[in-house]
Design a protein around this ligand. Structure first.
Ligand code: MG
Ligand code: MG
Length: 256
């Protein structure tokens, strides 16, 4: 189902650049987060992200990516939209929405990739619990990103955490190695079996990205060919960090 891409081990100097790209990316996402207010449009969020990227001399790898070419620098996905929502001047945020924002930053030829989901104003208890479980599942995965562990250990930790809370995790969309390319090996699915898969080594950099759904793991793609929604219309959430495997603790690169 998935094309396995090359795994590139990063040298310390390359990791330093990726850390800087991650810092810029975190700053961009923080700026966008401030704009999550009723009445803001998803195009407003994209414009703010582009301005912030530009102030660092950076661009996003999302713009022009894929077929048809993605037209914006961030993806904005609201409520049942899980990932890859296209920013539009006609799409306004409303009180109670949950909004997932995914951004990439290219700095000196290296990519950082990160996403968060947050509420607009007051959100339902169901939505709040979804966000808590989805975010915690990302950290359950990151905890496994240690030298000598396997990709399946990471996947299994995410799946177990989500399913033990009665929620569902996507089958079709996965975490991925990241570096000079936005998508490198190894692929790290959000479901898996511990003790299987690629052995993690220092210098691997992986974007982990659990996508969590309330009602089903099934999704479909809208006619715009990008926006992925839950098949049953239930709420979804998505969190992502780019993380480096080291000799010791996992290092999250996409933080300030
Ligand atoms: Mg991303
Ligand atoms: Mg990603």
């Amino acid at each position: 189902m998935f094309e396995e891409r090359r795994i590139n081990i990063k040298k310390p100097a390359e990791l330093k650049i990726m850390r800087e790209a991650g810092r810029v990316n975190a700053g961009v996402l923080a700026k966008v987060r401030e704009l999550l207010q009723p009445g803001a449009t998803t195009a407003d969020l994209n414009a703010a992200a582009e301005e912030a990227l530009k102030s660092h001399g950076c661009v996003s790898p999302f713009k022009g990516y894929g077929h048809p070419p993605f037209p914006a620098s961030i993806t904005v996905s609201i409520n049942d939209e899980m990932v890859h929502g296209i920013p539009r001047p006609t799409r306004k945020l409303k009180e109670g929405d949950i909004v997932s924002v995914d951004c990439g930053t290219i700095l000196d030829g290296f990519v950082a990739d990160s996403a968060f989901t947050a509420g607009v104003g007051q959100i339902s208890d169901e939505a709040r619990r979804l966000l808590e479980v989805a975010e915690a599942s990302l950290y359950a995965g990151i905890k496994q990103m240690r030298k000598g562990r396997r990709a399946g250990d990471v996947s299994a930790a995410i799946q177990k955490y989500v399913e033990s809370h009665g929620l569902h995790v996507t089958r079709e969309y996965t975490g991925h190695g990241v570096g000079r390319d936005m998508h490198e090996g190894p692929q790290v699915p959000n479901i898996g079996v511990a003790g299987t898969g690629v052995i993690l080594k220092p210098g691997m950099t992986i974007a982990l990205e659990p996508m969590v759904l309330i009602g089903t793991h099934e999704t479909r793609v809208l006619p715009d060919k990008w926006t992925v929604v839950s098949a049953d219309g239930s709420l979804t959430a998505h969190f992502e960090h780019t993380v480096a495997v080291t000799e010791g603790e996992p290092q999250i690169l996409t933080v300030l």
